[in-house]
Design a protein around this ligand. Structure first.
Ligand code: ZN
Ligand code: ZN
Length: 225
């Protein structure tokens, strides 16, 4: 029962995390897990301060409605986070093939933290990498391309308050801009990060497309399919 709850909760984690990268409002609280330009165990501890504002807890409701005790749901969610601690390391290369096939590993999660165009929006897994394989977001770490860690546009500050709130401030500034339609204001909060009403910024799709325009031979390789 606990095992089933753990697996279903990991499925929940995958989607919450995926939304966390594709909806700016949710990204605003997840971004501080990604703003470090280093990749080590302390990165795992950079967890959101503002997650309560994003209402993603509601995604736990189905598990409770299925009959799992709320305490068990929170417990397995905690186990999930603990599992993710050890994968934040460069000290472990690739693990045996069956492990890399099923589990989220340091190699898979390095890709998730990479800002290389190839590695954007990949490997949202918590514990099991199978969700990425099923839903088409899996990108393997290539020996020929080391992940470059951090954000597409790095913040350049170590101030924890600035780190925790900069994206929220950005959303506020965009949503309250003069002369925008209501739809544009809404999209500044819920469209993928990098969306802009005038196309002046790049989403991850735009970054990938620009990369392919420069480097057409990458077409069809991992991350560009
Ligand atoms: Zn993430
Ligand atoms: Zn991480």
């Amino acid at each position: 029962m606990v095992l089933l709850c753990f697996v279903l909760d990991d499925f929940r984690y995958y989607w919450v995390h995926r939304f966390g990268h594709r909806i700016r409002w949710v990204w605003a609280s997840h971004v501080n897990h990604h703003s470090s330009q280093h990749y080590n165990l302390t990165t795992a501890l950079r967890q959101t301060w503002t997650g309560t504002f994003t209402f993603m807890m509601v995604v736990r409701a189905p598990l409770i409605l299925l009959g799992f005790h709320p305490a068990m749901v929170l417990f397995v969610g905690g186990l999930n986070l603990i599992y993710q601690f050890w994968i934040h390391t460069e000290a472990i290369g690739k693990l045996p093939r069956w492990v890399e096939a099923i589990m989220n590993t340091p190699s898979h999660h390095r890709v998730h933290h990479g800002r290389n165009p190839r590695y954007l929006d990949a490997n949202y897994a918590g514990v099991f990498i199978i969700w990425d394989r099923i839903f088409g977001t899996f990108v393997p770490e290539l020996d020929s391309e080391k992940p470059d860690y951090g954000l597409v546009q790095n913040i350049g500050t170590f101030n924890p308050i600035r780190v925790a709130f900069h994206e929220w401030v950005g959303i506020w500034k965009d949503v309250t801009r003069r002369g925008l339609s209501l739809k544009d204001r809404l999209l500044y909060a819920v469209a993928p990060p990098g969306w802009s009403h005038d196309g002046s910024r790049d989403t991850s799709e735009a970054i990938k497309a620009k990369h392919l325009a420069r480097t057409p031979e990458d077409k069809g390789t991992p991350g560009f399919t």
